[in-house]
Design a protein around this ligand. Structure first.
Ligand SMILES: NC(=O)c1ccc[n+]([C@@H]2O[C@H](COP(=O)([O-])OP(=O)(O)OC[C@H]3O[C@@H](n4cnc5c(N)ncnc54)[C@H](O)[C@@H]3O)[C@@H](O)[C@H]2O)c1
Length: 250
């Protein structure tokens, strides 16, 4: 399949983990990929890895929570490539977990909301004028099962991911007649650095709830993201796709 031939795809959080896996998949199907991430060194390694797989890759070190640099990064992509067909927003943090609401630190709560929600909003807002001009676009926001179900011990993260589902519903409806679709993915546990850094008790809580009795693979999330980001997914917008091994049946 070459569903992204001639297309340009921005992937935030593209330096590692799920974002990098999605970038690899889109690139393997013909997209020129642009990685946005705060980790400059990891970005360099990711570019090397993708270029080694013959994927045309460009990287922009940027903090998704900084409005002016986000706008400048998107303007740079538009200038360089002349188009932006796909935005995947995978930049995110878990914050402090394995604690109840009365133990939650407000600074950490704000930090998680700022990256997972405000950062996502800023990136979406920056690409929308480009997509509107082209009458085409695919935005795929990475939410989480925690946004649907609410994972105990993860107040900030679960709240932020519920907000991601909410902003996806709004944007999907607002642009439904424009050729732009906006959808979210809600994965359960996938073994990445984010999960490796969580307390083991928190990881056990999350994995115990997966009926398939295994964690997801980055490639499985990337396959679903690629479908959602492709021209094939033309009649679905404002929706949150499941990838939870049976945990969510809605
Ligand atoms: N791993 C899982 O189990 C899982 C499950 C559901 C959803 N998710 C979501 O998938 C996305 C990717 O997570 P992952 O597991 O690959 O984690 P990860 O930590 O491996 O990757 C996250 C990436 O986001 C980047 N990032 C963080 N803050 C940033 C900022 N302010 N500006 C720019 N980049 C920033 C990091 O540098 C990193 O490269 C996240 O949104 C996460 O919440 C992960």
């Amino acid at each position: 399949m070459n569903r992204f031939e001639n297309q340009v795809a921005i992937v935030t959080g593209g330096a590692q983990g799920i974002g990098l896996g999605i970038a690899r998949r889109l690139g393997s199907e013909g997209a020129r990929v642009v990685l946005f991430d705060i980790k400059a060194e990891r970005l360099r390694q990711a570019v090397g890895e993708l270029e080694g797989a013959d994927i045309s890759t460009h990287a922009v070190p940027v903090d998704v929570t900084d409005e002016t640099p986000v706008n400048a990064a998107v303007a740079e992509v538009r200038e360089k490539f002349g188009r932006i067909d796909v935005l995947v927003t995978a930049a995110g943090v878990a914050g402090l977990t394995n604690r109840k609401t009365h133990e939650v630190d407000v600074g950490d709560f704000r930090h998680v909301m700022e990256i997972n929600v405000t950062g996502m909003f800023l990136c979406c807002r920056a690409v929308l004028p480009v997509m509107l001009q082209a009458n085409y676009g695919r935005i795929v926001n990475i939410a989480s099962i925690s946004g649907k179900e609410g994972n105990a011990g993860m107040l900030a993260y679960s709240t932020s991911k519920a907000a991601v589902i909410g902003l996806t519903k709004v944007m999907g409806k607002e642009y439904a007649e424009t050729g732009i679709t906006v959808n979210a993915l809600a994965p359960a546990v996938v073994r990445t650095q984010m999960v490796d850094e969580l307390p083991p008790e928190q990881v056990k809580y999350m994995t115990d709830r997966i009926p398939m009795k295994r964690t997801g693979e980055i490639e499985e999330i990337a396959a679903l993201a690629a479908y959602t980001a492709s021209p094939e997914a033309g009649f679905t917008t404002a929706f949150t796709f499941d990838a939870t091994g049976g945990r969510a049946t809605y």
